[in-house]
Design a protein around this ligand. Sequence first.
Ligand code: AHR
Length: 506
Amino acid sequence: MSNYPLAFAAISLAALPLARAQTPAAPASPAAVAATLRADTPGPVVNRHIYGQFAEHLGRGIYEGVWVGPDSPIPNTRGIRNDVVAALKALDIPVLRWPGGCFADEYHWKDGIGPREKRPATINRHWGGVVENNHFGTHEFMDLVEQLGADAYISGNVGSGTVQEMMEWVEYLTSGADSSIANLRRQNGRDEPWRVPYFGVGNESWGCGGTMRPEYYADLYRRYYTFIDKSYDPAHPLYRIACGANGGNLAWTEVLMSTAGRLMNGLSLHYYTLPTGNWGAKGSATEFGEDQWFAVLRRTLEMDAIITQHAAIMDKTDPAKRVGLVVDEWGTWYDVEPGTEPGFLYQQNTLRDAIAAALNLHIFQRHADRIVMANIAQMVNVLQAMILTDKEKMLRTPTYWVFEMLKVHQGGTSLPVELQSPDYVFGDRKIPAISASATRAAGGTVYLSLVNTSPREPFTIAVTMAGVTRASVAGRVLTAGAMNAHNTFDLTRRTRSCRRGSTALH
Ligand code: AHR
């Protein structure tokens, strides 16, 4: 809330959105909804890593978006652009996943160390077939997370790599020994081992990571686990994350948990929201009517049932909830912006994405007992991004502002919110019009975030605070005059911007 004119208060209400324009006029007096925030019956802590990010070697996600090189006219620190880092630091990013995605299972980490001019040029087969010069590698990534103040989550190569390669990467990153591999790191300019808390064993091994059956991957996981078992930093043992399911593939989770559950710390889950549900024609990021507004929010809300189902399977073999569910890819996925390379997955980001992001974050907070991390796909220039760049220009998307507003929930204690939501009806389907989530921060401040999914109907929400003694309240609103409002590089189009109060969100 740093640059918002209201002072901090005991209770902060953040409401998203009250978008009414472009659709039939809103009723004269908004419907009243009663809610009770139960600060007297706290739930589990919301792991701050739920607000995690993901950056893959994909399109302009790394190159241009983050890495411009030390000789670039774009202001940078050791090759990493300053404007992007400054904007991301304001989000208090807890964790960053890298280098993929699908790219992770074709990435050989030794290509990305040593003098940059000597690094090999390889082909990024998955994403446009472009040449990867490997200028952004292990040292550059660890520099980025250190500049951001985030934890590193490295995704290792199972699909086309070897056990030895992964084992040596962990040693290179985390060993303080006088070994050849650790000394190679020193020769390359880094004396001290890095702290790498999270390590993923393969990505989408059921698909781009190797088209494996769950039984086969579970055995492979057991093998890899054995050799990356040791962290060289005893104070910080590696949190090993096995490749989990795609959406509602419950059979994958059944096999993984029963065969390898006791050997993993975390199990991943991927779920993307497509307006149409059709990968061949997903729908536009900016040109849509209320049908696709509604479809995106309805499909986003399916995340709740998907998590519930996977968590129930995990409960069977892990009732103590020792294994964390890691939703390390989520977000909206549209047809690419017209005229851009299809393999670069570049899409605009509107008020609809802001609502979808907030709904997802609320769902993760509701499942705080099992979800230890989530990583939106992806941080810059790819899919549902925080930031878009156009060479030296940069803009913050509506999704960025949701992460900025809701970051106050990071690490808070979840507080139930009792609410009978009215329905948002479209055609013969309906979803809840209101989503609410609350936490109490360590300092005692209670934060409540509210989402209105209806582009037509505003609501007045009267909140009773059970267990809250002080009553000073401050609030922020993110909204816009159109469902497809978005920020552009051309500031003259300010009227289409997503707005916070009267301030355009650039
Ligand atoms: O985020 C884009 C891609 O989506 C990732 O590379 C892959 O893991 C998923 O299919």
